[in-house]
Design a protein around this ligand. Structure first.
Ligand code: CU
Ligand code: CU
Length: 288
């Protein structure tokens, strides 16, 4: 039977405790850092060569959908009652609201070095030492809202701007696609500075610290953020039910994106699955 992903602000204290405990256990087993590594490996920008599976690409949504399912499998091997909660950043918009509480993800980083010192993922607990993709600090960092150069979380209407687009994605299938649900949600904008970070991307920037860049998985909020992003894909699918993942077929030889994006029925590395197979996951989980 399908399990349920809940809004993080509605979790009971028992659910919060069990989620945290399962996260710490997969970290202890070394499984968590494999997820961090996998994300770094697939963090290919469209300025680089080769196939893009995870970012700046149509398969941004199915890639992260399967990535979350894999983490959930690891969590549920530890505790079968656990599922990923989602963070609705259109509602919980401050540094003191869910999920930034001491019994869940802990709070903001301190001003001196942005080190997270509260909650179960604070460095001094000894349970959450960063091992992958870090240059100097081994501790989790956050700069919620960006103290020195403030930005706001995306709003419900920003999200609506993406959800109202009936077309999944458009050529050139990269970070410059001006139309299409996928890039409006992934959030590569034009221009410089904070205007260029929209929706999904803007949330990474708002959290700051470890959440910026390929090693963003080091902050457990990554999963709560991406569960909410995944919920938006499901909402879009329901609203535009005759529309599907695009491109339906691989870009032709000669097209600049030939061999660089995953079409609907092509395998989506590192998994033996296609975007087509990931469009309907209702047998695995649903959102409350
Ligand atoms: Cu990612
Ligand atoms: Cu992301």
């Amino acid at each position: 039977m399908a399990y349920v992903r809940k809004d993080v602000s509605t979790l009971t204290s028992t659910e919060r405790r069990r989620f945290v405990k399962a996260m710490l256990e997969i970290k202890r087993r070394g499984e968590y850092d494999e997820f961090v590594r996998m994300h770094i490996e697939h963090y290919v920008a469209d300025g680089e060569g080769g196939l893009r599976t995870a970012h700046m690409t149509p398969s941004f949504l199915p890639w992260h959908r399967q990535f979350l399912i894999e983490l959930e499998k690891a969590l549920r091997r530890v505790d079968a009652s656990v599922s990923l909660p989602y963070w609705d950043w259109t509602r919980d918009r401050t540094a003191s609201s869910a999920p930034w509480t001491a019994d869940l993800l802990g709070g903001n980083g301190r001003s001196r070095d942005r080190q997270v010192t509260t909650g179960p993922f604070a460095y001094r607990t000894g349970n959450w030492t960063l091992k992958e993709g870090v240059t100097d600090g081994k501790f989790l960092t956050r700069d919620l809202g960006r103290a020195r150069d403030p930005i706001a979380l995306p709003t419900r209407s920003d999200l609506e701007g993406a959800l109202s687009d009936p077309v999944y994605d458009v050529s050139p299938w990269d970070s410059t696609a001006a139309r299409g649900f996928r890039n409006k949600l992934e959030g590569w904008g034009s221009g410089r500075g904070s205007a260029a970070w929209r929706t999904h991307n803007r949330v990474h920037r708002w959290v700051g610290g470890a959440m910026v860049g390929g090693a963003s998985v080091n902050d457990p909020v990554f999963w709560l953020h991406h569960a909410f992003v995944d919920l938006q894909w499901q909402r879009w699918q329901r609203r535009h039910s005759v529309h599907r993942y695009l491109p339906a077929r691989p870009p032709a030889a000669g097209h600049a994106q030939h061999g660089r994006v995953v079409a609907r029925n092509q395998k989506l590395p590192p998994w033996n699955l296609t975007p087509d197979q990931l469009e309907d996951v209702s047998r695995i989980y649903r959102y409350a």
